[in-house]
Design a protein. Structure first.
Length: 366
């Protein structure tokens, strides 16, 4: 099949960008032909050798959104393809994937200045055009949560949605080979005893709930002796709220590429996010056999069976709930819960992911 990919940044690094890069390779391996409409590529995406229609965009991120939307409306229908797939703030393609979720549902969580800012208002306007303008035939979401939010905000008929869960490379994201290998990892990560390690991993600490976790941390540490591993950008400004005597109980692992080692060595993944469409970190941690305490505000909640393969936070802003459920989770059988977590995500292969896209394309109204 000749498939057009429509996205402003066809590059290999980043959340949505990394997903699209991996999807492109999977589609090529499945025998499809691709044509890209974009404003930017990088050496890794250029190396795929795909025919590409490039759009010159302004440097301003918000103005680039508007410029690419205008270009996509004009150019996407004339690409030499049978179907076009959109991944960003574009309103005209055959199928659109809302990988970042529903902006209208996320806006109330923003700081008032950002909520009323130009970029947010532009994103809301583009999202409204996408779901009410009638120029896109079908929609793909990565969780039931996002589908329900888009139906609520834009009254889109449910039958126009396909849920395609994100694929997980379970050969890469897997448990440590054995107890000895896991122990060696923990020593390399600075933990040379049996204290439990709680992992928090994010690129957006405020939205992902680090302030609430740190507020709960003194009680968690006092009751369990646990060490907190924070991976991602420097959390220094958030750590100022933590009493100084607890500073040695928190380790910052930076924006590391060795996330698999962290998943394998930790005892619990705590993810009190205020909003996520379906966080890759949840699926990856489960694939590594690491059970998690997962926010109900994350679409990945549908993979969590409380008490069997993880736990759910009803209110991710509640420090009391975070403390109580983290302590309880650290007292559970990590091996059994982690094995059940991995089993739950094993079906999320790239072959299954591509097949789901093929079904969604075939089901488009003619």
């Amino acid at each position: 099949m000749r498939i057009g990919l429509v996205y402003q940044r066809f590059v290999s690094q980043g959340g949505l960008e990394g997903y699209l890069f991996a999807l492109s390779k999977a589609l090529l391996e499945a025998g499809h032909q691709l044509h890209v409409l974009t404003g930017k590529t990088d050496p890794a995406t250029d190396a795929l050798g795909l025919p590409t229609t490039r759009v010159d965009l302004p440097r301003s991120k918000t103005r680039a959104l508007l410029a690419f939307e205008r270009a996509a409306r004009a150019l996407a229908p004339d690409l030499p393809t049978e179907v076009t797939l959109g991944f960003g703030r574009t309103s005209r393609q055959d199928l659109h994937r809302a990988g970042a979720g529903c902006h209208a549902a996320y806006v109330p969580l923003l700081h008032p200045l950002k909520r009323l800012g130009f970029k947010s208002r532009v994103e809301l306007a583009l999202e409204r055009d996408l779901y009410t303008g009638g120029a896109t035939r079908g929609f793909v979401v990565n969780s039931a949560l996002v589908r329900d939010q888009l139906i609520e905000h834009y009254a889109v008929p449910e039958e126009r949605f396909s849920i395609i869960h994100t694929a997980v490379d379970t050969a890469t994201f897997r448990p440590a080979a054995d107890a000895g290998a896991r122990r060696d990892l923990r020593v390399r990560l600075g933990l040379d005893d049996d204290r439990p390690a709680v992992l928090f991993l994010s690129r957006a600490h405020r939205r992902k709930g680090l302030p609430a976790l740190l507020a709960a941390w003194p009680e968690i540490h006092d009751r369990t002796g646990a060490q907190l591993w924070v991976a991602g950008p420097d959390p220094a400004r958030f750590l100022r709220s933590l009493p100084s005597k607890y500073a040695p109980t928190v380790t910052h692992h930076g924006e590391t590429s060795a996330v698999v080692a962290l998943y394998q060595a930790a005892d619990l993944f705590v993810h009190p996010t205020l909003y996520d469409a379906c966080a890759n970190t949840v699926l990856q941690s489960m694939a590594c056999g690491l059970p998690g305490l997962i926010s109900s505000a994350d679409g990945a909640r549908e993979f969590v069976e409380p008490g069997a393969n993880g736990w759910l936070l009803d209110d991710p802003a509640s420090t009391e709930e975070i403390a109580e459920k983290t302590v309880a989770a650290l007292g559970a059988d990590r091996l059994a819960t982690g094995a059940a977590a991995r089993e739950r995500v094993l079906p999320l292969t790239w072959d299954a992911h591509v097949a789901a896209w093929e079904r969604a394309i075939a089901s488009l109204p003619r």
